[in-house]
Design a protein around this ligand. Structure first.
Ligand code: SAM
Ligand code: SF4
Length: 317
């Protein structure tokens, strides 16, 4: 669907849960989330209806996210049904990877074609610190399982955090030489007020290029990342710069949260709820949300917080 500014909005990011098995310090409070009532969340049928309504408006790419999507009991059924919706050409999923050793193959069989795995460090102690309860070995076993399961593409997402992982940029980028994966560095977005990282933790993506002078530019593949390749590498290094060079002019996305709110922009305040609506009303709400997409996300600097009003686990990233 084409929005008011001529952008082709065709990419739906569906969050299936706010819950997570980890507690990354930049994403979620240690105590977890204030649990919403079951009847406040979208049902599986409502999620699929929303995907069908979006597809009827020309959406053809779907990403399943969370919270951690693999903690959702009916995740395989959601993925299978979403992948079968007429018009949906590509289903991708974003995960922290801890449950992939069990889920990678069944997920691939549902029709999910691409996986993004979040990994912010290759140091076991730092991983345990950042996630508050995760284990690096689980995440790395998850990466292996993803590579074995035959996905079209596997990407590793790393949020840059000054003083935590900026010293690991070369080692993380080296994963593109060791495995057929893209590694994408993402600038830390100032989302969550109580998070452990303030403006001093922001590292612009330009730091990645300073540390990887041998990286050569590659053509863009239609996504939001600027792409580079290290000599001899199988995968590419990507830079995602929501702060230092926002990509709103090319934004193709609409978000739907697990509790049913449409978000025309990651950093805009809450959008309209589609909980309980029938197909026609959902379709109309999605159409309206696309037409309401703002031109850009507004001023977003390390010091100036996002207007999203939610933590990232409650939106989906
Ligand atoms: N649990 C899954 C995972 O970690 O991949 C999916 C949901 S998570 C909210 C989606 C992505 O958002 C992850 O790659 C995570 O690192 C990223 N993220 C969370 N908070 C962020 C922040 N403040 N700035 C930038 N990226 C963030
Ligand atoms: Fe969970 Fe993903 Fe947020 Fe980490 S980034 S707390 S894994 S939702």
């Amino acid at each position: 669907m084409i929005d008011r500014l001529g952008r082709d909005v065709h990419y739906l990011r569906l969050s299936v849960t706010e819950r997570c098995n980890l507690r990354c310090r930049y994403c979620m409070p240690e105590a977890g989330i204030c649990k919403k009532r079951h009847d406040e969340m979208l049902t599986e049928d409502e999620m699929i209806r929303a995907v069908e309504a979006a597809a009827s408006l020309g959406f053809h790419k779907l990403r399943i996210t969370g919270g951690e999507p693999l903690v959702k009991k009916n995740i395989l059924s959601i993925c299978r049904r979403a992948a079968a919706v007429a018009g949906i050409r590509e289903v991708c999923l974003t995960t922290n990877g801890a449950l992939l050793p069990d889920f990678a193959r069944p997920l691939r069989e549902t029709g999910v074609r691409r996986l993004n795995l979040s990994l912010d460090t290759l140091d076991a102690d730092k991983y345990a610190y950042m996630t508050r309860r995760g284990s690096l070995s689980d995440a790395l076993r998850g990466l292996d399982a993803a590579l074995d399961a035959g996905f079209d593409r596997v990407k590793v997402n790393t949020v840059l955090i000054g003083g935590f992982n900026d010293g690991e940029i070369p080692a993380l980028a080296d994963l593109t030489r060791r495995f057929p994966v893209d590694v994408r560095f993402i600038e830390l977005m100032p989302m969550y007020d109580g998070g452990d990282f303030g403006p001093e933790a922001y590292v612009p993506c330009s730091r990645v290029l300073e540390l990887l002078p041998e990286a050569q530019p590659e053509p863009c593949d239609g996504g939001v990342a600027e792409l580079y390749r290290l000599p001899g590498a199988m995968g590419r290094v990507g830079l995602i710069r929501p702060l230092s060079a926002h990509f709103c002019g090319d934004c193709t996305r609409l978000r739907l949260t697990a509790d049913g709110h449409l978000r025309p922009c990651l950093h805009a305040p809450e959008g309209r709820s589609i909980k309980g609506l029938d197909f026609a009303a959902m379709r109309a709400a999605i159409e309206e949300a696309v037409l309401e997409k703002p031109a850009w996300h507004g001023v977003l600097t390390p010091e100036r917080r996002s207007r999203a009003g939610r933590n990232m686990n409650e939106i989906g990233g």
